[in-house]
Write a protein that binds this ligand. Structure first.
Ligand code: DX5
Ligand code: ZN
Length: 216
């Protein structure tokens, strides 16, 4: 997988025109589709589930990056993969048996990511880093799009990079929440490989041009 990737979050798309928005992303320089699934338990919001995933699978022509903000994610891993997930990221805070869940995702044929909430230290990943394909650092408290970026994320990127290097891990670093045209370049420079952007892309006048600008 190459780096400096943009994964627009469909959470901020227009669900009345979902096919149109997915096709716009197909034509754009977006690299991945970021799918935010929320259960109203792990996070204080409910987003969408398999019916939307089915539409994404039908029209998306790029890598499908699924971010599960749900408790007991292991129960649904297989079904998300059936609906086309190429990568599934689960929260450290939501998995009692994280190693088992990461193994399950990979055995079923997808890449596995682990997500840390803003207050969860990077060192919690020490014994899983060699086995994961991606580390997703939340740069807002998960649950809603359009929130303010938490600056402490830069420190966590540096720590994650060190952890990856010292364990010969091939994990990518993904940042999610409050990414915009003011901080994207700085985040890539700090060591991020993949940036999620919802509000910055979909509330802009020209989403496709914004995606290009986020990569500069
Ligand atoms: C937050 C989600 C994010 C969010 C990003 O819970 O995981 O993916 O939609 O949205 P923006 O870019 O608007 O902060
Ligand atoms: Zn997300």
């Amino acid at each position: 997988m190459k780096t400096k990737l943009i994964s627009p979050s469909l959470l901020s798309a227009d669900f009345g025109n979902l096919q149109r928005d997915i096709e716009m992303l197909n034509q754009s320089q977006a690299d991945w589709f970021h799918i935010d699934v929320m259960d109203g338990r792990f996070v204080p919001n409910i987003s969408f589930g398999f019916p939307i995933m089915k539409t994404v699978q039908q029209y998306a022509e790029k890598f499908i990056d699924v971010h599960l903000m749900i408790i007991e994610p292991e129960k649904y891993v297989e079904e998300f993969i059936k609906y086309g997930a190429d990568l599934i990221s689960v929260h450290y805070e939501a998995c009692v048996h994280l190693n088992r869940t990461v193994n399950l995702i990979q055995e079923k044929g997808a890449k596995a990511g682990v997500v840390l909430n803003p207050a969860t230290p990077v060192l919690m990943l020490e014994d899983i880093i060699a086995d994961v394909d991606l580390v997703l650092l939340m740069s807002v408290n998960p649950g809603f799009g359009g929130q303010k970026f938490i600056e402490n994320t830069y420190k966590k990127i540096a720590e994650t990079k060190d952890l990856i290097l010292s364990n010969n891990s091939t994990a990518l670093i993904q940042i999610d929440g409050g990414v915009n045209l003011d901080n994207a370049a700085k985040l890539f420079e700090a060591g991020a490989d993949v940036l999620v952007a919802g509000n910055a892309v979909f509330s802009s006048e020209n989403p496709s041009a914004t995606i290009e600008l986020l990569k500069l």
